[in-house]
Every structure is written in structure tokens, then in C-alpha cells.
Ligand binder design. Structure first.
Ligand code: SAM
Ligand code: SF4
Length: 347
């Protein structure tokens, strides 16, 4: 195994990654595949065209790119997709990233998954140094689950969650709040998360990927309303808890668990954004809701010199925009990112 990457040997300079708005970039989300074994209705169309395999970075290249970011001060790495656990041999990559945890260069290695393959991989993830996983789950009703994911099975995901807990992983459930779909289940989900010792976060549906405007607006359930509904039944107190991501938390007195809200529409959190996103083809997106991007694959392939890659990364960070423009408030979908499904850059 190679020596662990430390700040001093991987980076050509010790300067952290700072964007034009003086935000330090220390969080990288990596979409390791655009493929998925589900077709969630808000994320993908039923008939997706995926990238040809030859366009994907190899796992070795992903290792090289992510290690370069770690060398430049990235402290948190979240592996996402598509569904990361369907990428062949992905545990090799987790093990490789684990060496940066061992060296102390990386503070946290996490995963966002649909849970379908989690039962198989939970122990290996824990062994690689993963301590927390986010599992996406929008409903506890098997029939509704099959409907919203098109191809998924609830029992496999529940088994995955069990296995993750058994392996000692902290599990957070991410649920997209969808009008006329899971609005009637919110209280049941909070009670269930309490019983199962899981934190739970609700996410506002974002206008990613081509979709009929009326269909998208029809899905949108502002979390300000969700929160009001929740407060009718549960005692909520503000929490200062942060995980380095965009969620804001409250404590639920009755369950003793945290409840998070990710509210890109009703409360814009861009001013404190510390994140950039790498796709499985080596494109770095500087903002989930804007198209500012830079190709890192070409400079990486052009030279083995780490200084070349560092220059490309720093030049990309200089492109980071102030924030996204998602807005549904005028009863139409503004700021939409039509060309890019969520599975390209990961959630
Ligand atoms: N397949 C994995 C999963 O489902 O967790 C990782 C990738 S998925 C794109 C990451 C997160 O994005 C999931 O929690 C999913 O619910 C969320 N997501 C997908 N499309 C979305 C959209 N249009 N608006 C809000 N969240 C979305
Ligand atoms: Fe797949 Fe995750 Fe998108 Fe669902 S949300 S289709 S599980 S990538």
C-alpha cells in the first residue's frame, strides 16, 4: 500500500482551497457512478441513458483525484451516485480512502445510499472506517416504496439498515418530502425513527433533471409547512448540531432523536457552502444548482505531476458561484437545472 497522503506531500502548497466568496472548501462529494438499481420518480426518468462505461474514471483515477483533494485540505468525503454500492469493486475504493482516515488527513468518510445493497456491504464499510451512512427512504409502506422508486423493494432496504446498525454504523434516514405522497406518513416516520434509533432528515424536492413543470410543482411540499405539521404533534427544540452538510436540526423531545431539514427552496443556505461535487467522469461541479464546472480528467490524464492537478483544482474552485437560483415562489419553477439529473452530481 502507498504511504498515506499528508497535507505536505500531496499538496504543492499548504494554502487551503478558498473560493471567490472567502468560503473554505473542505467537503467533497463524489458520485462514483451514474447508474442505479432504482428509478426514483423525482430523480430519474424511467428510461435513462447512462454513460458508456469507457467514460468513467477508473477506481484508481478516483483514488488519485480524491487523494489530491485531501492533500489540499478536504476533510470530509461523501461517496454518492447514482447508487454507489452498485459500482463493481467499490469496496476497494473505500479501503483506499480509509488510509486517509488512518493518517488523520481526512476527518470523515461517509456514504449516501438507497440501502438496497447495504446488507452485503455494511461490515466492509465499517472496516474501511465509515462511521455514518445516509439511507434514502421516503415511505414505510412497501407498495408506495415500490411506486416511488419504481424498481426498489422496501424489505431489502430495511435489512440493509439493520445490518448497518449491527456493524456499528450510525444511520440517518433522508426522506424527500413529496406532496400527496408521504405527507400522511410524517408522524409515523418520526415515531419509527425514534424506535429504531435513527436520525431523520426531510429534503425539499429540487428541480434537477428534465421534468414537466406542473409535475415538479405538484411534488413540491415546502418544509416550512412540513415543520408546522410536525410541530402539531411533537415537541421540537432547536439544535446547534451540524454535520458539515446543509441540514439544520431540531430535537424531538418525545423520541430523543434529531430531526433535520434540508431546505434549499425555503431557506437558502449557500452563504455557508463548503462543498464541491465530483462526477464519475471527473467533472467538478462547483454548485449543485448551477452549471459552473471544470474538467479534472484531462489534466489528471495529461500529467503525473501533482502540481498540474493542483493547479486545475485551484482554477476550478475559483469558478464557484455564490449560490443557486432555485425558486418556486412565483408558482413556476425558476433556476431549474434541466440538463443534469441528481444522480450525476449526487445528493
Ligand atoms: N442512490 C443514493 C440514494 O438514493 O441515497 C445516492 C444518490 S441520490 C441522487 C442522493 C439523494 O438525493 C437521495 O436522498 C435522493 O432522495 C435525493 N434526491 C434525488 N433527486 C432529488 C430531487 N430532485 N430533489 C431532492 N432530492 C433529491
Ligand atoms: Fe437511484 Fe438514489 Fe436517484 Fe433513487 S435517488 S434513482 S436510489 S440515485
Amino acid at each position: 500500500m502507498d504511504a498515506p497522503v499528508s497535507r505536505s506531500d500531496a499538496a504543492r502548497s499548504d494554502a487551503p482551497l478558498i473560493d471567490p466568496f472567502a468560503r473554505t472548501i473542505d467537503y467533497l462529494r463524489v458520485s462514483v457512478t451514474d447508474r442505479c438499481d432504482f428509478r426514483c420518480v423525482y430523480c430519474m426518468s424511467e428510461h435513462m441513458t447512462f454513460l458508456p462505461k469507457r467514460d468513467l474514471l477508473t477506481l484508481e483515477e478516483l483514488d488519485r483525484l480524491c487523494s489530491a483533494f485531501v492533500g489540499l485540505g478536504v476533510r470530509k468525503l461523501r461517496i454518492t451516485g447514482g447508487e454507489p454500492l452498485v459500482r463493481r469493486n467499490i469496496m476497494w475504493f473505500f479501503d483506499r480512502m480509509g488510509r486517509h482516515l488512518d493518517s488523520g488527513a481526512l476527518e470523515e468518510l461517509t456514504l449516501t445510499t438507497n440501502g438496497s445493497q447495504l446488507a452485503r456491504h455494511a461490515q466492509a464499510l465499517a472496516d474501511a472506517g465509515v462511521r455514518r451512512v445516509n439511507v434514502s427512504l421516503d415511505t414505510l409502506d412497501a407498495e408506495k416504496f415500490a411506486r416511488v422508486t419504481r424498481w426498489g423493494r422496501l424489505d431489502a432496504v430495511l435489512r440493509g439498515i439493520e445490518a448497518a446498525k449491527k456493524a456499528g454504523l450510525a444511520v440517518k434516514i433522508n426522506a424527500v418530502a413529496i406532496k400527496d405522497f408521504n405527507d400522511g406518513e410524517i408522524h409515523d416516520m418520526i415515531a419509527w425513527a425514534g424506535d429504531e434509533d435513527l436520525d431523520l432528515t426531510f429534503i425539499e424536492v429540487m428541480p434537477m433533471g428534465e421534468m414537466e413543470e406542473q409535475e415538479r410543482l405538484g411534488q413540491y411540499w415546502p418544509l416550512t409547512q412540513v415543520r408546522r405539521t410536525i410541530a402539531e404533534r411533537w415537541t421540537l427544540t432547536e439544535s446547534a448540531h451540524r454535520t458539515g452538510g446543509p441540514a439544520r436540526y431540531v430535537e424531538v423531545a418525545e423520541t430523543g432523536r434529531r430531526l433535520g431539514f434540508i431546505t434549499p427552496l425555503t431557506h437558502n443556505f449557500c452563504e455557508s457552502c463548503n462543498r464541491v461535487r465530483l462526477t464519475c467522469t471527473g467533472t467538478l461541479y462547483l454548485c449543485l444548482g448551477q452549471d459552473h464546472a471544470a474538467d479534472l480528467r484531462a489534466p489528471m490524464r495529461a500529467s503525473d505531476d501533482p502540481a498540474v492537478l493542483e493547479r486545475a483544482i485551484r482554477a476550478a474552485i475559483a469558478l464557484k458561484p455564490k449560490g443557486h437560483d432555485f425558486d418556486y415562489s412565483r408558482q413556476k419553477v425558476d433556476g431549474q437545472v434541466k440538463a443534469r439529473h441528481m444522480s450525476v452530481t449526487g445528493g
